[in-house]
Design a protein around this ligand. Sequence first.
Ligand code: DGL
Length: 259
Amino acid sequence: MSSNPIGLFDSGAGGLSIWKEITTLLPDESTVYISDAKYAPYGTKGEGAILIRSKINTELLLKKGAKAIVVACNTATTNAISHLRAQYKVPFIGIEPAIKPAAFKTKTNAIGILATKGTLSSTLFHETSKRYTSNLNVVEQEGNGIVELIEAGALFSEEMEQLLKAYLKPMLEAKIDNLVLGCTHYHFLIPVLKKLLPEGITIIESGPAVAKQTKAILEKYNLLNSSQQSVNYSFFTNGSTGVMANLMNLEKRTIKKLD
Ligand code: DGL
């Protein structure tokens, strides 16, 4: 079992940012990644629909032998992970917006959170936010349209810049000094955000913490790979293989099509 892959899923290519962190921290682990891009975005769907897609992805990963599953999507984590944990025996690792480090770091007492509608409206997000930010000004912003543009290959487009300028405006007016990226797709926006943000605003992501947590969970369940077999990375998508390949400089032929 320990030589089996770690499974990851997301509504698209966003979770590849988490895949990168995990494979860097755990270079001896094989992985299998599912991009459910045909059903993206998850962020505008209701909890029930997100849970259905999360179960389909989980069952596919289990069929492919996943020994643990990383829900590499804030929207799926905040809406579905407790149900997944209740239904399947495999250990799950989730990702949530990094509110806590932002709340500890802020000097202006104002932080921005860019995330999907599904994440910002979830009970899990509300509970975490209430716990750490009661004395802070938190500017929550739905990133409507961003995932769609990334999945359409329009990451570096005029349309994206305009969208981001509009989303950042209320945050800059509130003088935030920490910006939390609460969606795994948003990692790929960092070069654009750096161009648009004034100096002194720290961008905070959850990827490194998720990689550490994945390692801790594999240790806890005695699942770290101890075999000498060579590491294998496989990628599956029901969307565009080209977009996925471009985002990570992967070879297109290494990404397989799902129905
Ligand atoms: N990468 C997903 C997340 O972290 C995007 C959700 C969506 O498809 O809207 O939330």
